[in-house]
Design a protein around this ligand. Structure first.
Ligand SMILES: Cc1cc2nc3c(=O)[nH]c(=O)nc-3n(C[C@H](O)[C@H](O)[C@H](O)COP(=O)(O)O)c2cc1C
Length: 358
């Protein structure tokens, strides 16, 4: 099944293995994609679908060093290099729109940008900055309703620019503790206005971003990534999470989105997303379903055969194996990823993972 084709709304995929979004921090000049990034993605074009690394729709969302943006013409031209290179090899590619919100440091942001969050609590822990080394996160400013409206507009504009740049669609990053999950999560969102308080109010920003981006480029080109039960960036458990996400996904279904993508972090130490919740979310969503987190060829085949998902996303395996599809088809051994080069500039540990000979 893994090597079967799949129609993802308007996009015809050559197989059901999706490359998970992977931040690689190679956008060294002004957060602008470049030829090296085009090489990296085109090496991996045999994936059924590539989801790019998290890409900010706003200067305020560029919280990590050297992550790409998608809010000006240079970004569009840079991403065109990538989409052209992937399409030339017959691949399909969507851009993951990631606003980092409070997971940020001012030193990583361009002049004039700000660290924003649903509430004023600082994200615990440190992050890397190129100019000052490892630093505590910058305290965020609590967003006003005008800030929220501006952020929604930025997502919609980025969706339009994504199509201009040649992407097949977008994925909204509402997982892993970035801005959209900061609003979803009861431990981070302490608002008492219409964007926080009840589960429905915490879901509101995500739904408004979905509505705005779908209006801009069509719901069939908008997917979304969610990570209930994630612990990354101080999200953590909350009491009514199952009901909140089932409600959310039912509403996403009504929009007719391209896909819902559920990430289970249990392979890296978070509590597992309960099988019942995954099944309930699959039922709640009438479109395509993607599962991610800790899959290999055999477990991916099994999940597809058992009907748990339509597509399976893999991260570290694609990172280290440009020809992962060939290797899985031929039952060849995989290269191991090297975490020391995950986020370092340059080709080492990026475009130099070997493909099979011949
Ligand atoms: C180096 C690295 C960067 C990542 N960057 C992102 C990202 O930008 N957006 C995202 O949603 N997930 C990101 N993730 C999570 C992956 O998409 C994936 O879900 C995770 O690695 C678990 O899947 P795997 O076991 O197949 O690797 C990242 C993971 C790694 C290892």
């Amino acid at each position: 099944m893994l090597f079967d084709t799949f129609s993802l709304r308007a996009i015809n995929l050559s197989n059901r293995a999706v490359m998970s979004p992977l931040t690689r921090s190679r956008a060294v000049e002004n957060n602008t994609p470049n030829g090296l990034m085009a090489t990296y993605y085109s090496q991996r074009a045999s994936a059924g679908l590539i989801i790019t690394e998290g890409t900010s729709p706003s200067p305020n969302g560029l919280g990590y060093a050297r992550i790409p943006g998608l809010f000006n013409d240079a970004h569009v031209q840079g991403w065109k290099l990538v989409t052209d290179a992937v399409h030339a090899k017959g691949g399909k590619i969507v851009v993951q729109l990631m606003h980092t919100g409070r997971v940020s440091h001012l030193a990583n942001l361009p002049t004039g940008a700000e660290v924003l969050g649903p509430s004023s609590d600082t994200c615990p822990g440190e992050m890397w900055t190129d100019s000052q080394g490892s630093q505590l996160h910058t305290p965020p400013r609590e967003m006003t309703e005008a800030d929220i409206a501006a952020a929604i507009h930025e997502f919609a504009t980025a969706a339009r620019l994504a199509i201009d740049a040649g992407f097949d669609g977008i994925e909204l990053h509402a997982a892993n503790g970035y801005l959209l999950e900061q609003f979803l999560n009861a431990n981070i969102n302490h608002r008492t206005d219409g964007y926080g308080g009840t589960p429905e109010e915490r879901n509101r920003l995500v739904l408004e971003v979905v509505r705005a981006t779908a209006k801009e480029i069509g719901a069939e080109r908008v997917g979304i990534r969610l990570s209930p039960y994630g612990v990354f960036n101080a999200t953590g458990p909350s009491a009514d999470v199952d009901e909140q996400y089932v409600t959310l996904v039912k509403e996403l279904s009504a929009f007719g989105l391209m896909y819902v993508h559920i990430l289970d972090h249990s392979a890296i130490g978070a509590p597992p997303v309960p099988a019942k919740l995954k099944a309930d979310l699959r039922v709640a969503f009438s479109g395509a379903f993607i599962l991610a987190g800790g899959f290999d060829k055999d477990s991916a085949e099994q999940a597809l055969i058992e009907g748990h998902s339509d597509l399976i996303a893999m991260g570290r395996a694609f990172l280290a194996n440009p020809d992962l599809i060939d290797r899985m088809r031929q039952n060849e051994a995989l290269n191991s990823p090297d975490p020391s080069t995950f986020y370092t500039p340059g080709p080492q540990g990026y475009t130099d993972y070997p493909a099979l000979a011949g």
